[in-house]
Design a protein around this ligand. Sequence first.
Ligand code: GTB
Length: 216
Amino acid sequence: MIPTITAFERSPDRGTGLARDMPVRWALEEVGQPYEVRLVSFSEMKEPAHLALHPFGQIPTYEEGDLALFESGAIVFHIAERHRGLLPHDANARARAITWMFAAISTIEPPILERTTAMFLEGDANWREQRLPLIDDRIRSRLAALSDRLGNADWLDGTFSAGDLVMVSVLRRLSASGMLDEYPNLAAYVARGEARPAFRSAFDAQLAVFTAASTG
Ligand code: GTB
């Protein structure tokens, strides 16, 4: 059965692949699962039909037969569980890969999201100049620990897994900040993820949507 995901009709990320349909596309490409995309506008996301799929009125969603999912991390996990290639067969290695997915979402990503909020949603607040360095310190503390753990390895725990896919997706949100460059092994790790053919296919597909919306 071909799953259908939702993505922005016109993504505010301007095709840089930062919207959260990107990790879902990437996971589907990694496992070789074809998929369809239903593009939604901001207003459509808040209408009952979409809210029935996603209680918070967001993208991405994932439909496969009578299964409907939301939350990019849960969708990647579902894809990884149903297909070979993103989770190791060995039970302990599999549990560790899942742990890295959670670490990406619940330990690394929160201060990165705080930064995005401070930069773009609280831009005029008079305390922003004081708040940003504090947030950046929290991000650096997480990046330093992650950098230490990764060391010279290519991936977080042996071969590439869903844990790396989610971690690289989270770290990419820092690309424009320049902070990743302070941790060369993390910058190289993200570059390794982005060089994977499945990442490239996913990236090109979401970019094509943005390009068509901009020129159409
Ligand atoms: N926890 C959820 C998940 O992981 O799936 C979060 C989903 C989410 O944040 N969706 C966003 C959305 O639908 C799009 S991806 N927002 C519309 C709304 O809430 O009304 C977040 C995103 C948006 C824009 C950029 N950008 O411009 O760079 C990057 C990421």
